[in-house]
Design a protein around this ligand. Structure first.
Ligand code: SF4
Length: 96
């Protein structure tokens, strides 16, 4: 089975490779973009997180504090609480 991530990282070396790989790359990029829009991933940027714990208090089902004192995502739920946590985060560390 072909790993789509390997194809996306490949740089065609010859014109023939370019002809073969580029349409597939474009197709896979569109698929990944569609999937990432359809299945929003909640992420915490550890560099931006100030460890205030607000997200955990707003949405304890989705966030918890890690041993490093930073928030981490424990569930990929798409709920109003998660959206509120994203909007309330003082460090703007949470993205959907
Ligand atoms: S609300 Fe933002 S800054 Fe505060 S712990 Fe959560 S991710 Fe970190």
């Amino acid at each position: 089975m072909i790993n789509p991530l390997i194809i996306l990282k490949q740089t065609p070396k010859t014109f023939k490779e370019q002809e073969q790989i580029l349409p597939l790359k474009i197709f896979l990029q569109k698929v990944f973009k569609h999937l990432s829009l359809k299945f929003k991933m909640v992420k915490v940027d550890k560099e931006k997180c100030i460890g205030c714990g607000l997200c955990v208090s707003i949405s304890p089902d989705a966030f918890e504090m890690g041993e490093d004192g930073k928030a981490k995502v424990i569930s990929q739920k798409d709920s109003p609480e998660v959206k509120e946590a994203v909007e309330s985060c003082p460090g703007e560390a949470i993205t959907l």
